[in-house]
Write a protein that binds this ligand. Structure first.
Ligand code: HEC
Length: 229
């Protein structure tokens, strides 16, 4: 199991550099104009927010409401040094969002999983459908997975031999359940185990269907998958 991570989250919509740049501008303006009152940090945040909302618009299936943050994103944006307790709360909230497979079946077809892992398309304004599961998983953008693929990102850890390294000989065996359930949770809502993870929350954000998640689960955990050879 992965240890709790409380590393610094990446900056998102608001951040100190932007606020500092605006503060710098305001200071310069004040010097030139000789005015005294500078905007407060909250006012600068509001101005930065307003600028963001002005620059984004609805186009095709990509709507401007994508820049609205949920509670977790907000917490990860404003608090750049989350305490252990705050991180634990965010992870508990994320865990509570996880939906387990309706029929108790966690694994699908690793061949389909490999296609999903390879596919980085979907959900842009030029795509015709923004429905759940209408895009790929982009897994290789961040992870090494299969040995045959030599072009992969390294933002996330290597997932090569994922099941084998965790001793999963039979994913249906009761002894494999903790690894199988952890993997489902991680893919459904990555922030269950890393409060401000950069990994997309595939189930939670309706990027993948249950079936697609089953297929990438098989890619990682099926002993017959090339990942575990
Ligand atoms: C934008 C980058 C990114 C993408 C895309 C991504 N991941 Fe991740 N993933 C990460 C990072 C970073 C971690 C390390 C833990 C953390 O911070 O969440 C991780 C961790 C994991 C873990 C836990 C590994 C362990 O040893 O506990 C699994 C499993 C995983 N990813 C599967 C996937 C799958 C399957 C996909 C595609 C459907 C995927 N990831 C797509 C970034 C990504």
């Amino acid at each position: 199991m992965q240890a709790v991570q409380t590393r610094q989250p990446p900056r998102r919509l608001r951040g100190t550099p932007r606020a500092m740049a605006l503060a710098g501008l305001a200071l310069a303006a004040a010097a030139v104009l000789g005015c005294a009152g500078l905007p407060s940090g909250d006012e600068l945040d509001q101005q930065a927010d307003a600028a963001m909302h002005k620059s984004f618009r609805d186009q095709g299936i990509a709507k401007a409401d994508r820049i609205k943050q949920d509670a977790n994103q907000h917490a990860c944006s404003v608090d750049h040094a989350l305490s252990e307790a705050a991180a634990a709360r965010l992870m508990a909230d994320a865990k509570a969002t996880v939906k387990w497979p309706a029929d108790g079946r966690y694994l699908g077809d690793w061949r389909e999983g490999e296609k999903i892992a390879q596919n980085g398309r979907g959900f842009t304004w030029t795509d015709s459908s923004g429905a759940t599961g209408s895009g790929g998983g982009s897994c290789y953008n961040c992870h090494q997975i299969g040995k045959a693929e030599i072009s992969f990102g390294n933002i996330g850890p290597s997932l090569y031999n994922y099941g084998k390294n965790r001793g999963v000989a039979d994913p249906a065996a009761p002894t494999a359940a903790p690894v199988v359930q952890y993997t489902w949770m991680k893919i459904w809502n990555s922030r269950s185990y890393s409060a401000c993870s950069t990994m997309p929350r595939f189930g939670h954000s309706a990027l993948m269907t249950e079936d697609q998640i089953r297929n990438v689960m098989a890619l990682l955990l099926d002993p017959k998958s090339p990942v575990n050879q």
